[in-house]
Design a binder for this molecule. Sequence first.
Ligand SMILES: [Zn+2]
Length: 257
Amino acid sequence: MWKNLRMALLLLVLLAVALHTWLDRIATQGWQHTLWVGVFPLNGDGSALAQRYVAGLGAADFKGIEEFFAREAHRYGVSLEQPVHIELYPQGTALPPALDPGAGPLGIAWWSLRLRWFAAHAEQVPGRAPPRIRLFVLYHDPATLERAPDSHGLQKGLVGVVHVFAQAAMTGGNSIVIAHELMHTLGASDKYDLGSGAPLYPIGFADPEREPRYPQRRAEIMAGRRALSVAHFDMPSGLGEVVVGPATALEIRWKHL
Ligand SMILES: [Zn+2]
């Protein structure tokens, strides 16, 4: 009797989780209504420079991301005028839990649970509606680190942790990184070689049919970089030189088979 009850309860919980995931997908891949994405800026390294930069952030700093999503969605025939709206929330004080680079599958699962818990509390800003997707954007003083720590966007939980640089000259690159992680929360997968970082051919190329193939002028968003030659690639200066390729469009349901 108890065993059956326990089984029934477990089944109910699993059903609820599946239902929740399914509803999240409908809400984020339907493209019938503007998707609200909350950016929660944070001082990633506690530096005075990052603090000044975060304090100076405004809605205009994220307009390019909204425009990128609109431009690319329209190219795939999405009729919604504004597919994505970025809402800038006030700076938070607590940093999201960090993922240990050596974490195994269990460690990653535990971290993602803690991150979702963190996000559920952070999104409660008095007088502000909670967004559908939450992106915690950590700004770093470029002088303190050569490259930003790895960013993460999770479709399960609709939450992302994004590391960027607190420097006006890096705004274009920052926007690419934020748009990339946002794409992950929508169900897009990486399209670069995880070892070398090189864009995968053809799905990670903006113009795979181009003759000659190199150099590519633009990057595919889930590759993040454009191939200049077989062995060289770089990140474009902004989203103006980035496209959403057909494989990514399929994953986020801008395109159907
Ligand atoms: Zn990625």
